[in-house]
Design a protein around this ligand. Sequence first.
Ligand SMILES: C[S@@+](CC[C@H](N)C(=O)[O-])C[C@H]1O[C@@H](n2cnc3c(N)ncnc32)[C@H](O)[C@@H]1O
Ligand SMILES: [Zn+2]
Ligand SMILES: [Zn+2]
Length: 470
Amino acid sequence: MDNHCTFKIWHKKKKEYINCKFPICKNQSNLTVCEIHLPLNEIGPHGKMVLCPECQDKMGEDTLKRHLDKCKLKSSQNKNKKRKITADDNTIITPRIWVKNSLKITDIPETIIQKIENIVNMNYEKFNIQISKRLLYDERIISTDFNNIYPKEQLIGKNSKNIFQEISIFENAKNLNLIFMNDNNDENGKNCFKINKQNEDEDEDKNEDKNENENENEKIIEKEKEEKENNNNNNNNNNRNNNIIVELGCGAAELSKTFQIGCKNHSSHILIDRMQYSSKNKFDKDINDKLKKLNQSKGLNNFLIRDVIDIKDMTMTNYIKENQEKEENNKIIFISKHLCGNALDLSIDKIISYYQYLKKKNITRNNKVSMIVATCCHYLLNSTTYCNFDYIQEILNITREEFDYMIRLTSWGTLKDTESNHYKLGKKIKYILDKGRCEFLKSHGFKNVEMVEYIDSTYTKENTLIIAYN
Ligand SMILES: C[S@@+](CC[C@H](N)C(=O)[O-])C[C@H]1O[C@@H](n2cnc3c(N)ncnc32)[C@H](O)[C@@H]1O
Ligand SMILES: [Zn+2]
Ligand SMILES: [Zn+2]
């Protein structure tokens, strides 16, 4: 077995990714990386990985004390010099850790695969999985909502893959009114984004009565009409309407950038990723510049926060101020493109507990929480990290061990040959796992939860969104 770190480093001269040369280090999650490339908060050979408060270098806690003495001395000597650029800063374009699943498909006994295939095929219908197809990235959308800002060459062939995904996620959110859209006729920033309280009440009642099988398009058109009426109505509510966009596992924050453009810059941004990204490879500055400009010209208080933190450790109330939560109308939307395996289940826990916190404080009327997330890498899950094993066990009647094997087979769901039985089985299991997440969200207070195919599978096989809102 190759015992070198699997982290990919961009080699500037060769213009290609090369493997990190350092050996794999001992760490709690058995990540196949060296100590330098362990993520923050992971327990490595020198304790928990933390950042030095002085120089921002990453290291084990045990090393920090000794390092700090030297570092403080150095920084007092070099006060005016720029701090040295660390490996993380100048070399890594898209940090990605390949956590090798200890279970290999080739090691799964054929009899177990057969059994799982039979169980899944026999019971698949019982899950009643419905996937609406909403591929929302056509020319009309790009020209109207995105003002043709993308150069032509970015919109053809393979290059277009990311942009189309981002636009489609945004448009899906917009069509479900998960964000406030600026009323273009209203020049005054303080008066834009008005909604009528009374209509919002009716809105909620209607949602409850809605027949699940109702035609998708009708639903969207109806919603759009309602929103327009809401915007046109006079009302006494002088509070500001804010979009607060929380991107989970944001990487470079490209999806947030697209949301900001779609929202015509009327948005605040919270960016969460446990990896530290170098400043020149992320879009934070871009987003922040536009945000500040609009804040100045319209007297708004939109903000941007990036937190280098594991999703499991994040606390929403650290980011949104109490008076904003109390006095303003907020649409808080959790977004993500390709939240790998376990990270989505951690997120679901966080989103639910934040929603329940708002509910307890009785402020869900002016704080609408929603989630729109593209799922991926289901094979990284296991029966303990997945959020709804009970639901799946009840329908399939399988053991935890069988469930872990079943999860591993989702790797087949991204095979090229979409006619093969392996592909079909892998895809079905991916859908079942996502459906279980939907049920979990439903049973924890989200009335509307759905699965949506948001981009054509020729671009990516990971083309499912989970959307939840009230
Ligand atoms: C597949 S990448 C997607 C990045 C970006 N959304 C995109 O589409 O390009 C997944 C990202 O999630 C981050 N991530 C994974 N698990 C996480 C966790 N538990 N907490 C915070 N970030 C996590 C990784 O560091 C990585 O940047
Ligand atoms: Zn490394
Ligand atoms: Zn993934």
